[in-house]
Design a protein around this ligand. Structure first.
Ligand code: FES
Length: 114
């Protein structure tokens, strides 16, 4: 699987990784203020190609996207799993950190454990 971050680079992604994990593991800055717990929306990306190669949004992601009035092709990087093929995303300007955030997500995978 390949994930291309528009304007940055294309990287190989293990199946089942979140877009946030793929970004951080490849040195691509992507905000994740809530630590990947599906509550802040700062990990939002715009899917330009290959949306069908990602896991479909589940209720927690849809609720966060709706609360921030984010419509498709927006996805939350901490929730969208790369399942197959090629995916091309862009990171919206307002979601870019002013400096690289190298803090790993608090949890691996899609949902936090409470
Ligand atoms: S990191 Fe907060 S919603 Fe994804």
């Amino acid at each position: 699987m390949t994930v291309s971050f528009k304007g940055k680079k294309a990287v190989e992604a293990p199946s089942g990784s979140t877009l946030l994990e793929v970004a951080l593991e490849n040195g691509i800055p992507l905000y994740h203020t809530c630590g990947g717990n599906c509550s802040c929306s700062t990990c939002r990306v715009v899917v330009l190609k290959g949306a069908e190669n990602l896991s479909p949004p589940e209720d927690p992601e849809t609720q966060v996207l709706d609360s921030f009035e984010l419509k498709p092709p927006h996805r939350l990087g901490c929730q969208a799993l790369v399942l197959k093929g090629e995916v091309v995303v862009s990171i919206p300007e307002r979601a870019k950190p002013c400096r690289a955030n190298k803090t790993p997500p608090v949890t691996k995978g899609r949902h936090a454990t409470y």
